[in-house]
Ligand binder design. Structure first.
Ligand SMILES: *[C@@H]1O[C@H](CO)[C@@H](O)[C@H](O)[C@H]1NC(C)=O
Ligand SMILES: *[C@@H]1O[C@H](CO)[C@@H](O)[C@H](O)[C@H]1NC(C)=O
Ligand SMILES: *[C@@H]1O[C@H](CO)[C@@H](O)[C@H](O)[C@H]1NC(C)=O
Ligand SMILES: *[C@@H]1O[C@H](CO)[C@@H](O)[C@H](O)[C@H]1NC(C)=O
Length: 479
């Protein structure tokens, strides 16, 4: 009964998310500085029923459950949807908003608590994540900045020079003329593409594509993982905290398959428009969710919409996260596939793929490699990736070398996580411990070495238990 309640809850939340796709909101925001329309409901309505089976099957992975609820929520037909070869994607001309949706795939593998992670020195997989609503901020909302956790994380800014920039009105150039006029001084990417040397903006080697997917884990991410596996491609996943707590098992699949995990905020708002405290909350809760599911803490992040300036940079770096953007060419080309516009009904699949082909052509002419914006949160964007874009890059002449972003920048895999990095200057933080869970005690030690995280987790559980016993007995004595 609890399980079905959880499934229903997740389904409701998913419906809300689909109905108000973050990217869609942003587009209207940027274009007109007001949210005057919502996307037509057809795709959200049709995806909500499928979402419910996805979230319940995810939930059934977490909690051992009765066969009855599995039978109800997971029809046997789910096995037909594997897009492992890429050929299962619909014809390009049919990829548009409102296209018939297919049943989401089931998560194919499951990893035992204590399984070894693929990163040298990483802690073993922690205890299965069980979602408890009162332990997390409301999904897709900016978390409360007065919580004890955020107050702890704010201490990470001590000793760092955080530029005193006024938050932008809405993270868009048109929405804030004053900030736009200072874009160069602010190092504001959104408005003119300004970057700093601490940003990762491309892969150094020519014809090398640092592959990444944003905003998941989504209901169809498993199809993408199946495809990447058949092609032996590793990618970087910029995950949203609100999605991580919905689909922890998909995050585990990504990580255990050797993909890189990076922070993409809790509620996917333009970070330059938030206060310092809100930015800390957005990054802190996402980092906490990832560590609770995987046992590791990413040392990198990507700002939603690429919306970063020197204030957002300084906060990310102080918290131990190096920003990763996507490539802009010297001629002003932005490597955004616009796949999210297809999901939002603002472009067709054919148009998005044409954009991608332009990107590949431009990428062949620049002296470095490149990074492209793509998404795994929508069925449509996964279809475009597994059916079209990845294949086009693999079969391109000259061929591209597809790698995860850490790999293409020659960052050792161990440097992608705080617990495993041995590099004193990556991330750019002099901190050696971080209180990722925000309980007032630093439990995460830089480069801590094998199994340390798990061991610490267990000992803190024991401490808690002993503490409870001591408290109970002393209260007995006192009473
Ligand atoms: C898969 O890719 C890795 C490099 O990322 C390479 O070392 C390995 O040999 C590849 N395996 C196959 C089966 O192609
Ligand atoms: C590709 O390059 C052309 C010519 O420099 C430029 O106009 C266009 O914006 C670029 N497009 C992309 C997607 O990079
Ligand atoms: C540590 O990271 C910095 C910044 O990315 C890099 O320049 C340096 O080479 C790294 N050092 C080692 C030992 O990997
Ligand atoms: C980190 O430590 C080095 C050397 O102690 C110092 O030069 C640098 O300013 C520190 N960085 C920050 C961001 O505090």
């Amino acid at each position: 009964m609890k399980l079905s309640a959880l499934a229903l809850l997740c389904a409701t939340q998913l419906t809300l998310v689909s109905a108000a796709s973050q990217n869609t909101k942003r587009h209207f925001h940027v274009a007109h500085n007001n949210r005057r329309q919502a996307p037509t409901p057809s795709s959200s309505a049709s995806s909500s029923s499928s979402s419910s089976s996805s979230s319940s099957s995810a939930a059934s992975h977490v909690t051992t459950t009765t066969t009855t609820s599995v039978a109800v929520v997971t029809p046997p037909s789910v096995t037909i949807v594997s897009a492992a070869t890429g050929t299962a994607a619909p014809p390009l001309s049919q990829i548009t908003m409102g296209m018939p949706t297919r049943v989401p795939p089931v998560v194919t593998a499951s990893f035992a608590v204590g399984a070894s992670a693929p990163i040298s020195g990483a802690p073993a997989l922690p205890t299965h994540f069980v979602f408890q609503m009162n332990q997390w901020p409301q999904e897709d909302h900016i978390p409360d900045t007065n919580s004890p956790e955020v107050q702890e994380w704010l201490k990470e800014l001590d000793g760092f020079n955080i530029p005193n920039l006024t938050p932008t009105t809405d993270g868009s150039c048109a929405g804030d003329i004053e900030a736009a006029a200072q874009a160069a001084q602010r190092g504001w990417w959104t408005c003119g593409g300004y970057t700093r040397s601490t940003d990762i903006v491309a892969c150094p080697d020519k014809l090398t594509w640092g592959v990444s997917f944003d905003d998941g884990p989504g209901p169809y991410t498993q199809n993408l993982l199946d495809y990447l596996k058949t092609k032996n491609i590793s990618a970087t996943f910029f995950v949203v905290g609100s999605r991580v707590i919905e689909r922890p098992n998909v995050l585990i699949e990504e990580y255990m398959a050797g993909h890189e995990i990076s922070v993409h905020t809790w509620s996917h708002k333009p970070l330059t428009s938030l206060t310092n405290e809100q930015i800390v909350a957005e990054l802190g809760w996402t980092r906490k969710a990832i560590r609770q599911v995987l046992g590791v803490t990413p040392t990198t992040m990507r700002p939603p919409f690429g919306d970063i300036d020197d204030r957002v940079r300084a906060i990310s770096l102080a918290m131990g996260m190096v920003p990763i953007m996507w490539t802009r060419t010297p001629s002003g080309g932005v490597f955004d596939t616009n796949d999210w516009r297809v999901a939002a009904g603002q472009a067709t699949g054919t148009q998005s793929f044409q954009t991608f082909q332009t990107i590949l052509n431009n990428a062949s002419t620049i002296d470095t490699g490149f990074i492209v914006l793509q998404h795994d949160v929508h069925e449509i964007t996964v279809d475009l990736a597994v059916g079209y874009t990845l294949d086009a890059a693999l079969t391109h002449n000259p061929p591209f070398n597809l790698k995860a972003i850490g790999q293409c920048t020659n960052t050792p895999a161990t440097d992608m996580y705080f617990e495993t990095t041995k590099n004193t200057t990556f991330p750019y933080s002099n901190r050696t411990t971080v209180d990722v869970d925000g309980d007032g005690k630093s439990e995460t030690t830089k480069g801590a070495g094998k199994g340390n995280g798990a061991a610490l987790t267990q000992s803190s559980i024991l401490t808690v238990l002993f503490g409870a016993v001591v408290a109970a007995s002393s209260s007995l004595i006192l009473f």
